[in-house]
Design a binder for this molecule. Structure first.
Ligand SMILES: [Zn+2]
Length: 436
């Protein structure tokens, strides 16, 4: 504190063009005044905030938007940044940040302290969003996760601290063999990313994935690093049978819930018995299992494998994903929708997830220690692929609230775990690795 006081004193003196000998401010006075100012600002801001427990009107199949906006509205770092309009000083571009302005207006209306309205209309915000992202025009139901990605991307572009047209400087990749090669390479790639893309959105949501490719011919490891704003996790398939009937001709009928198909053979009866024996019946999948599946080693055949740096050709290889840099806000997408040849299927397996202390350490760099996250919002999807509905559940000062378009109601913590959880929002609690 003493050092920063000195620095601040110097800065004030030089900025005002004052002569140091004419300035008579003691450090403690300066410190007290600044702390006082900060406290006043903090208080003023606190006073201006309502409960935030305000619903959003559905303006025509917009539950996907409402649910995501409520989750983002409960992302404190983003909310305060919007309410204080800090992006106006932050952004590089001279262009009007139209979408960010409108998004901030929605958040401001949601957090207004004595708003007579019990709900906010996001219509104008949605219209401006659709102008920016024509992919979303039309009135059909949209995917909440896709909307989140497009929204964060657009907001980032508007409030980027770096100029938009900047030639990427590609450094010559010198092979280094130091012990810290991976972390050095990852850091260099991250810096390169920040050179072009640096915003509050990046500060909060961006992390870095490390993909390690191991060549089966020459044993060479090729490493690539990619920025991510959410982790899209596969949901493991669970096959279980809910009921069976014995027919008159002693042939069993099994109904397999996860594939919604009926098998009418004796074999299926045996299959069912073995499944029940393995106590797979009604099993709940854990979030850790989804993460395990995401980061498990994947065998790639020659055709699907990228080039091996050393062999200089496609070879059989194995690929593994780990998290190199942990984001402050971790968005987890439970990928319930899978494309089959003719249609899209939705998995309604219950995925249980921890509300506090989700440890991502095991999915990070070797020996990175525990990296703990706490849950603060969930975007739920109920119904089927074509007839679905999105709602949000968010953590409040006391307990949890469910946001179902314009309806807001409290919800018991026990009811958070359901087979509808679709996008999970976690906040970093502690991280023992050095965050650069
Ligand atoms: Zn090779």
């Amino acid at each position: 504190m003493d050092n920063s006081c000195h620095a601040l004193c110097r800065a004030l003196v030089t900025q005002n063009g004052l002569q140091p000998e004419h300035v008579d401010i003691s450090q403690s006075v300066l410190y007290t005044s600044i702390m006082g100012l900060l406290l006043v600002t903090e208080k003023e801001r606190e006073l201006k905030l309502g409960t935030g427990q305000v619903g959003l009107c559905n303006v025509g199949n917009t539950c996907f938007l409402n649910a995501i906006v409520q989750c983002l509205s409960h992302t404190r770092g983003l909310r305060d940044y919007c309410l204080l309009k800090a992006y106006l000083q932050d952004k590089h571009s001279n262009q009007e940040p139209v979408l960010m302005n409108e998004f901030s207006k929605v958040l401001a209306a949601l957090w207004e302290c004595d708003s007579g309205d019990s709900k906010v209309n996001p219509g104008k915000f949605y219209r401006i969003f659709k102008e920016a992202v024509p992919y979303f025009s039309g009135y059909s139901q949209q995917d909440a996760q896709e909307f989140l990605r497009f929204l964060l991307d657009r907001l980032h572009t508007e409030i980027n601290r770096r100029p938009s047209q900047r030639p990427a400087v590609i450094p010559n990749k010198e092979p280094t063999y130091s012990r810290f090669r991976i972390s050095e390479e990852a850091f260099a790639m991250w810096q390169k990313h920040l050179d072009r893309d640096d915003s509050k959105i990046v500060d909060l949501f961006s992390g870095q994935l490390h993909s390690s490719l191991h060549c089966s011919i020459c044993s060479h490891y090729s490493d690539t690093f990619d920025v991510f704003c959410d982790l899209s996790l596969p949901v493991p398939k669970v096959t279980f049978f809910t009921s069976f009937l014995v027919c008159a001709d002693d042939v069993c009928l099994c109904i397999c819930v996860s594939h919604t198909c009926c098998i009418n053979t004796e074999q299926s009866y045996m299959m069912m018995l073995s499944v029940v024996k393995k106590s797979e019946y009604g099993r709940i999948v854990t979030l850790k299992e989804c993460l395990d599946l995401f980061s498990q080693e994947e065998k790639l055949d020659k055709e699907n494998s990228p080039m091996c740096d050393r062999c200089n050709r496609r070879t059989e290889s194995t690929k593994r994903l780990t998290i190199q840099k942990f984001p402050r806000i971790l968005v987890i997408h439970l990928n319930r929708f899978t494309m089959s040849r003719y249609s899209i299927c939705k998995s309604s397996v219950t995925v249980s997830f921890p509300l506090t202390g989700l440890d991502l350490g095991p999915f990070g760099p070797v020996d990175c220690g525990p990296v703990l996250y706490n849950l603060y919002a969930v975007c739920n999807h109920s119904g089927t692929v074509n007839m679905g509905h999105y709602t949000a559940v968010c953590r409040e000062e006391e307990g949890w609230c469910c946001y179902n378009d314009s309806c807001v109601s409290t919800i018991q913590e026990e009811k958070l775990q359901s087979n509808q959880a679709y996008v999970l929002f976690y906040e970093l609690k502690s991280c023992s690795v050095h965050r650069k």
